[in-house]
Design a protein around this ligand. Structure first.
Ligand SMILES: [Zn+2]
Ligand SMILES: [Zn+2]
Length: 107
């Protein structure tokens, strides 16, 4: 999975702003180059969407109703090839499996 990170037009750092530069044209700029070329006209800049790290994401489990970090949910790929997370957390998923096994054994 490749995140598309816009690069600064003046160096290899990730761009933070799309802004009009003192050189004339608009450009993607990192924080440093924003200060260097664009800070004189703050009205002519657009902050780019920050790339959210996956670790920060969380999800509410459908079974226990607890909010848990996304890495406590099983990931799967749906038929469209899209990565998704299960609606129940790993803990509930395992619990449910254990319950099913008990039923299948005739209890
Ligand atoms: Zn730069
Ligand atoms: Zn749960």
């Amino acid at each position: 999975m490749a995140h598309i990170v816009t690069k600064c037009d003046f160096c290899d750092d990730p761009a933070i702003y799309d802004a009009k530069t003192i050189l004339g044209p608009w450009a993607f700029v990192c924080n440093k180059h924003y200060n260097m070329y664009c800070s004189h006209m703050p009205g002519l800049s657009k902050r780019l969407e920050p790339v959210m790290p996956t670790e920060a994401a969380s999800k509410v489990c459908r079974i226990c109703g607890k909010k848990k970090p996304i890495n406590e949910f099983y990931k799967f790929t749906d038929r469209h090839g899209q990565e998704r997370y299960r609606t129940e957390c790993i803990e509930c998923n395992l619990k449910r499996k254990a319950d099913k096994r008990r039923v299948n054994n005739g209890g």
